[in-house]
Structure formats: structure tokens, C-alpha cells
Design a protein around this ligand. Structure first.
Ligand SMILES: *Cc1c(COP(=O)(O)O)cnc(C)c1O
Length: 437
């Protein structure tokens, strides 16, 4: 889309005047011309001046089938014309019913038979958290109140989800509104937890921690964790907000270790990355504990105004349909292998440290001197600078500190993967030789 310079500078001025962006130092933001994205097609985004960018982080880890997929457009348009929204408190609707059935069917044994909808990853985590605590109260174990999570974990930004997350720069200042959570850094520490019979639940990002910098867990760890929870009667919550919907090579990460959790939390990719929707899936034994007469007060009192929004449910159904019609999972193995080969090029660069990959997720650590294992000073914000430089090479992504994230939409072709890696190589090289910063 080509827009007049006047229009774009007018929009930029208004953004600077009225908007407050997430995770953004606004004082820096207003010094630069903002990148105004006006359209998307497949794995690419286009800015207001017609500039084309590869969507290198799937629009903050959400997009699955590319932008403006015809089937998604059709499903959403049809739904908005039929039923845009209706309350899920006291009524129901066909798209939510069909979606729940489809989600349950994604597990061959249908062990996760109940679906509770919400709007985003953080709220779906809150749901799992509150269900866990209430479950123990309802089953005569009110003493089970302790929650365990992993160091450097990320489960969202609301106060509850942030309490479960690792302590970091962002969350520290709100510590007074966080509840206590015990954090472990390694599976071996499970055995050292005192009084396991008072632990309510353990939460983990399976296979790979995202915000921690794309850090992989050792193989077999998830199965071991499931074993420990079974032994001690602890509920296991899997946060698949990032890893769900094919990102790691299988529909869900937990499949790779044959693990069924007590709660499975889904969001980002649920609608193909097109509309906000989240789901907390659980087992029938959890659900049944909440059944009773009205006056018994076993009801799960929780919900949001837009719970199970029909348009979002229609988008999620269309996304699952695309998985089937386009054999998305079937094509992943060769794409992932190609991604590995392509990433090897980066590994040879002097400023590239560890390159971590899980399916179509990669974290590329950049360092002052990779061979001598010297990181960049934290205050240099090199990860952010490299990502800014990458825009000039047609690659759009964001780092987590000094780890550059490459997470292409699942629809990305092998050729496009090569181009994205090439763009990152170029921006790393260009910026080393020039005095850009
Ligand atoms: C993004 C993310 C969340 C939070 O989801 P929001 O939709 O941003 O609230 C939770 N857990 C993980 C693993 C995530 O990547």
C-alpha cells in the first residue's frame, strides 16, 4: 500500500501523541519514525511506504498459517455476519461447541475432555491456577496450596501469571502484589522440595522456555516431571501458549514425551494467530470435583466478557481445518530439518554464540566474542540493535535480551527460511563493520 508521505507522518505524530506501547520506553520510541504496518500476506508484512518484511517472529509468536489466509478471511467474515458475540454466561453457541470437540479430539485418547475458554495466555493461566486450588479445596485437601514453577519461566503478565513466572527486571517492582511461589531450576530439585503432600500444582513450559531466551529442557525431563507429579498426587499444568499448534514439530509439545497434563494452557496460535482466544483444557476428574448442588458452592466463579467469542472460535476452527487440508504437520519435519541446516550459517559468525532450536523456534545468542565466551554488556542492548538493523534487510523480529528470535510462521517455505536467515547474517555482518551504532 502506497500512502502519501503526509498521511504517514500525520499517523506517526498521532501515535507519538496518544499511544503507549507495551514493553516500550516511550522516550526512545518518540525519537524515531514508527514502523507503521498496514498489511500482511503469507509470511510477510508490509509497511505504510510499501516496504516488505518477513514476519520473523510470527507477530510475537502467534501467527501459524501466514497473514490473510483466504480460508481464515472467509470463516471470520461469515461468522461476523452470522453472530458476532454473545455472552457465554448462561448461553452457548455452535462455534464454541464445535471448537471444544475439535480440541478434545486432538488427543487420541481424549484425556483432556473439558475446555474452558478465555482471552489470552495470561488469563488462561489464571484459570488453571484457580481451578488447581479450588480442586484441592473441593476434594478435601485444602492444605494443598503451594505452587511450584521453574526459574526464568514466563507465564504471562497479569499478577497471578507473573507470580508464577521467574523473577526479572519487569516483575520485581510488583513483588508486593505477587503471591509466593517456590521456584526450582532443575528437575533434580523436585526430590528436595519439603512436604510434597502440600503442593497443589507444578507449572512448566514444556520442551522449551520462551521468554527465558529459547532455552531447551533436557529430553525426557517432561516425562520425569509427570512421573513425580503422579507419585506425589500433584497436578501438572503445561503452558503451551508458545509451543502449541505445531511450533515444535508436533501439534503440542507434550506429545513428544507422551505426557498428558492435568491442565493444558493454549492461546497465541489457537486462532492461527488472527484473533485473541485462549483455552484451558483439563481432565474429567478435575471437572467432576466441581459438580454439586447450587448451595454447595462448588461452582467455578470465573470468566470474562468475551469468553468464547464466536468470531475467534470460528477463526480457531478454520485454523484447525487448514492444519488438515494443507497437511501442515506432515510438512513440518522437512521444514524443521531445513531450518537447522540454514541456521548453521549463523553459527559460523564471530558474534554468534549458542544457537538453540526446537522445531520452528530458534534463539540465536549474540556475543561480543563468541569464541572467548564474552557476552555484550547488558546496557548495550545489542539484541535490540541487531533487530533494528535487520529491518533494513527485510526481516522483522524482536530479541529477548541478547537472544535473537527466529520463529517463522508454519506456512513459510524453505526458500523463505533461507532468506530470513540470510537477512539476519547480513545484519549481523553489516553492523559489525559499520559504525551504525
Ligand atoms: C506469551 C506467553 C504467555 C502469555 O500470553 P498472553 O496472551 O501474552 O497473555 C504465557 N505463557 C507463555 C509460554 C507465553 O509465551
Amino acid at each position: 500500500m502506497i500512502t502519501s508521505l503526509q498521511e504517514s507522518s500525520c499517523l506517526a505524530a498521532l501515535d507519538h501523541k496518544h499511544l503507549w506501547h507495551p514493553f516500550t520506553q516511550q522516550q526512545e520510541w518518540v525519537k524515531q519514525e514508527p514502523l507503521i504496518i498496514t498489511s500482511g500476506k503469507g509470511a510477510f508484512l508490509y509497511d505504510i511506504h510499501g516496504g516488505k518484511y518477513f514476519d520473523g517472529n510470527s507477530s510475537i509468536w502467534t501467527n501459524i498459517h501466514g497473514h490473510a489466509h483466504p480460508r481464515m478471511i472467509e470463516a471470520i467474515a461469515k461468522q461476523v455476519a452470522t453472530l458476532d458475540h454473545t455472552s457465554f454466561l448462561g448461553t452457548t453457541h455452535p462455534k464454541a461447541i464445535m471448537l471444544a470437540e475439535r480440541l478434545v479430539g486432538l488427543f487420541p485418547g481424549k484425556q483432556l475432555e473439558r475446555v474452558f475458554f478465555s482471552d489470552n495466555g495470561s488469563t488462561a493461566i489464571e484459570v488453571a491456577l484457580k481451578m488447581t486450588l479450588q480442586y484441592w479445596q473441593l476434594t478435601g485437601h485444602p492444605e494443598r496450596q503451594r505452587l511450584v514453577s521453574f526459574r526464568n519461566a514466563y507465564h504471562g503478565d497479569t499478577a497471578g501469571a507473573a507470580s508464577l513466572s521467574g523473577k526479572n527486571l519487569f516483575s520485581e517492582r510488583f513483588e508486593m502484589i505477587h503471591f509466593p511461589v517456590e521456584q526450582i531450576s532443575h528437575i533434580s530439585m523436585l526430590e528436595k522440595l519439603p512436604n510434597p503432600s502440600t503442593i497443589a500444582g507444578i507449572i512448566i513450559e514444556p520442551l522449551i522456555q520462551g521468554v527465558a531466551g529459547m532455552r531447551l529442557w533436557p529430553p525426557g525431563m517432561l516425562r520425569e516431571l509427570r512421573g513425580f507429579c503422579d507419585e506425589q498426587g500433584i497436578l501438572l499444568i503445561l503452558d503451551e501458549v508458545m509451543t502449541g499448534f505445531g511450533r515444535t514439530g508436533t501439534m503440542f509439545a507434550c506429545e513428544q514425551e507422551g505426557v498428558i497434563p492435568d491442565f493444558l494452557v493454549l492461546a497465541k496460535g489457537l486462532t492461527g494467530g488472527v484473533l485473541p482466544l485462549a483455552a484451558t483444557m483439563t481432565q474429567e476428574k478435575i471437572y467432576e470435583a466441581f459438580l454439586g448442588k447450587m448451595h454447595e458452592e462448588k461452582t467455578f466463579y470465573y470468566g470474562h466478557s468475551y469468553t468464547a467469542n464466536p468470531i475467534a472460535c470460528a477463526a480457531a476452527l478454520a485454523s484447525l481445518e487448514i492444519f488438515e487440508t494443507e497437511l501442515v504437520l506432515e510438512t513440518l519435519a522437512s521444514k524443521i530439518a531445513h531450518f537447522s541446516r540454514s541456521l548453521k550459517r549463523l553459527q559460523e559468525l564471530p558474534h554468534v554464540g549458542e544457537v538453540r532450536q526446537c522445531g520452528l523456534i530458534a534463539g540465536i545468542e549474540i556475543m561480543e566474542d563468541a569464541r572467548a565466551n564474552i557476552p555484550y554488556p547488558k546496557q548495550a542492548y545489542m539484541g535490540a540493535k541487531v533487530c533494528m538493523a535487520a529491518r533494513a534487510h527485510g526481516l522483522l523480529t524482536r530479541p529477548v535480551l541478547d537472544t535473537i528470535v527466529l520463529m517463522p510462521p508454519l506456512c513459510t517455505s524453505e526458500e523463505e527460511i533461507d532468506q530470513a536467515v540470510e537477512a539476519l547474517c547480513k545484519s549481523l555482518e553489516a553492523w559489525i563493520v559499520s559504525e551504525l551504532f
